[in-house]
Design a protein around this ligand. Structure first.
Ligand SMILES: [Fe+2]
Length: 216
């Protein structure tokens, strides 16, 4: 009789996808290696609070119905178990950030616990890792996530919806199936127009860093 095999569909599927992404995007090989290593060592956490917000209640379901590719399928595996939060409490009272914060939320899936969220109920990630931070993002229509930088190496995989993405001085329109790679310190922004965007993201270095909004 063989021992039980302790496999998790999300962790296994994400690691398999990250491994394939390293082949498709050689510039991401180091980041994907770190992600695969972390996913292979990650362990499920007890289920915690599952806060939600109007932007999620309105847009997550339609986005999940429309997903394209492996990232969307991975998000479908966990969507009913994740809890959401809103970033940038320290920018509350700034009109553009108030608009963004009313129409944007993210959910930790792999990471440390707790997530700091400025007094909001703190969602638990589903899987523990001190080395990477990965999760889901929903950005509602007509929302500007302003230019910002952070030390973390960041990858976004667009699962549904299109948006304009800034990287450095370049802007491109990116939709379902897109992979967007931000090396450490890259200035970037995301602007949605007529539809929401659902993304899977990963910070594969400096997972505890704090993003800085650029106001010039
Ligand atoms: Fe970022």
């Amino acid at each position: 009789m063989s021992a039980p095999v302790d496999h998790d569909p999300f962790l296994d599927g994400f690691a398999e996808f990250a491994h394939a992404e390293a082949s498709r995007h050689p510039a991401m090989a180091e980041a994907m290696g770190a992600l695969v290593d972390a996913l292979e060592r990650s362990t499920p956490l007890e289920t915690g609070p599952r806060p939600t917000y109007p932007v999620i209640d309105e847009h997550l379901g339609p986005c999940l119905d429309a997903v394209v590719g492996a990232p969307g399928e991975l998000l479908r595996l966990v969507a009913d178990r994740i809890g959401w939060t809103i970033p940038y409490a320290e920018h509350a009272g700034e009109s553009d950030m108030d608009h963004m914060r009313a129409n944007y939320a993210y959910a930790p899936i792999v990471g440390t616990n707790p997530i700091s969220s400025g007094g909001l109920e703190e969602p638990f990630p589903l899987y523990a890792s001190a080395d990477v931070f990965a999760g889901a993002v929903v950005q509602g229509p007509g929302v500007t996530y302003p230019s910002h930088v952070h030390k973390a190496t960041e990858i976004f995989w667009v699962a549904a919806g299109t948006a304009d993405w800034q990287m450095g001085d370049e802007w491109t329109n990116r939709g379902p199936g897109a992979t967007i790679f931000h090396p450490t310190g890259t200035r970037h922004a995301t602007v949605t127009t007529d539809e929401p965007q659902l993304m899977l993201f990963a910070w594969t270095s400096d997972a505890d860093c704090v993003p800085v909004i650029i106001r010039f």
